[in-house]
Design a protein around this ligand. Sequence first.
Ligand code: SAH
Length: 773
Amino acid sequence: MKQSASCAQPATGRLSIIGSGPGSPAHLTDAARSAIADADILVGYGPYIDQLGDLAQTKEVLTSGMTREIDRCRLAIERARHGNRVALISGGDAGIYGMAGLVFELLAAEGDTRLAVEVIPGLSALQAAASRLGAPLMHDTAIISLSDLLTPWDTIRTRLAAAAAADFVIALYNPRSTRRTSQLEEARRLCLLHRPAATPVGIVRNACRPDEEVEVTTLGELLSCTVDMSTLVIIGNSSTFVDGAGRMVTPRGYENKREFAGTGQSTETAAPEPPSRTASPAALMVVGTASDVGKSAITAGLCRLLLRRGLRVAPFKSQNMALNAAVTPEGGEIGRAQASQAVACRIPPHTDMNPILLKPTTDTGSQVIVQGTAVGVMAVAEYDRYKPVAWEKVQESLERLQQRSDFLVMEGAGSIAEINLKDRDIANLAVARLAGNAPAILVADIERGGVFAQVVGSIELLEPWERDLIKGVVINRFRGDPAILEPGLKFIEQRCGIPVLGVVPWLRDLALPAEDSLALPPTDDGNRPADRLCVGVLRLPRISNFTDFEPLIREPDLRLCYLERPEQLAGLDLVILPGSKATMADLAWLRDRGFDRALNSFGGMILGVCGGYQMLGELLQDPDGVESLAATATGLGLLPVHTVLLPEKTTRLTTASPAAGAALAAPGWHQPVQGYEIHAGISRIIGAAEPFLRLDHEADGAVSADGRIAGSYLHGLFDDPPLREALLNRLRRAKGLPERNAAPPPPDPYDRLADHLASHLDIPRLLAICGLA
Ligand code: SAH
């Protein structure tokens, strides 16, 4: 090493590292041409030398294979050291994935600073390809090679994700070879997390060569185009467009200058605004510092508030994780919260309001429901791979909803600062951006404590583009004197430069449907008052749609509790087995805890709803592995019913009227009630029991001969008064309590909620943020 460094070098020896351009003599610079003419030895990869044509003649030419770059550079250095004038030919520009860096690395390793080396720039494939497409590189561009031969794929992936998130135009070198095909697919997926499928993409093969091919496509269609190692791919940013002549153009930002519009006045000093897709997004996003900080309620309240101003408002939450689903009129499932927000907007719920619903079946997997329909159970990694598809659906639903509405109040999911998930986010600020950079307000929950850290910490963890979207902070669930918060609120405003729009006091007994089991009341205190109906619901680990039982809470003589241990059955008048997202697993849980024996000796009434009904039967079969736990399971044997789980899921709104068993379980019930079904299975009575209900035209459920044990697939069976009243009066008679009429339905809570927000938030400022002032 040291040896060659100390070697005196003949003064004439020189190494020119020459960028030979994309591959045609016309695109070779004059400087490159003279350097080649001056050289006595050409070193390079065969095809690049061939592209020089006549220029290479009369020279000594040393070529080596494509992957022998180090050999070529060493050879060039050695020959220059021996007094030759060497031209090292590198395609495109020698300093862009070319030979220049390698030569300098080799020289540095040897400590050689004396060899005369010059770099002659060449026209890079990047510029060549861009010129063929139009002007796609007019704004900040990230250049990324997809070749993982020299760079670990993890590093490439991280850079792709960052560039995609930061809205760079992305130029992909070495995009695909015969053996390396997945890299381009993954690059596309990562981009789709942040950009619409319609984003323009330019593909240029053999730019400036005789067999040049140019194609302008979209990110969605990218994989159906020919892409190989002679291709450069350019992915547009959020403002790139394709003009009428098919040219791909990324605006520089001149449209923000007044003279652009033809006023003739130049505003040199105006900083270019980041490009946004639409001038006014007509949407607001409510995001949180954590889950369950009250986003859903604030969203619902704002929906009603804006509705009262005469706008057609709709709620939107791209992705929801919850086991409480609602059924839409078209027979799809969405999160309960969006269904109630639709009520706040006085419109029917629609699957577009919550295109992705994840119903956790285990700690690591969920049933994935897309635009209302279950597409399968996926583990986390699998869902990550599926996300680009999910994201396309989110865009589709958002677009449709925007078309049908004047204004969207969107809700984020969980915390906005989950930095480990940021690059795959399809639920939070990526959606605000998708909706045309909708402003967002950040909700923090003071009840949990640490509210200033919640707010400042969340904002500090945001990317700059995300922070730019946060236009206000709301402190929720406050009890006490807001004056004491003043200094803290000032601090937030100063530190983050974001206004606090208000402090929303805790609103007592606001009857909004609960979203997930985080909202379940604390468990049973064992108190069984003799003058009340005592009803217990089994707190299954995968309990779903426990909103079924919320109407019971409103009955003044009823006490509802959630049960975790068999001893808690004592003194109850009614035990309910609720719906479950994992019936087989919850059945096993119930057995483990000894609930099977306790229920067998329990003397009060037992009601099973949906999954709970299936558990009450004798046998559950899962021939297709729908829940993939076991092919069969023995039920509790309290009803003579056999259930088969089916891959096909039933989700529909249903009208229920009484069948023969109703006279036993709920005597006196005659009027039909409305409810809904969500289940993957059918149950058949195989012994002495009567069907409970008639759902549209088919029989449903079962009731034992003494009317004490009943089951049904109907959700929402307590929502309408007639069935609730009849069933509870049967229990009241058995306990010697006076009969009662069903409690009236609660008043619409959304006006109260909207009033509450109106008196505690700076509404003029909020409207200004929304562009509605
Ligand atoms: N130094 C070269 C890049 C070498 S890396 C430059 O500055 O252009 C090789 C990659 O460049 C190829 O896999 C391809 O992605 C791209 N490339 C090189 N020449 C090209 C051309 N004429 N047309 C399209 N892409 C080209």
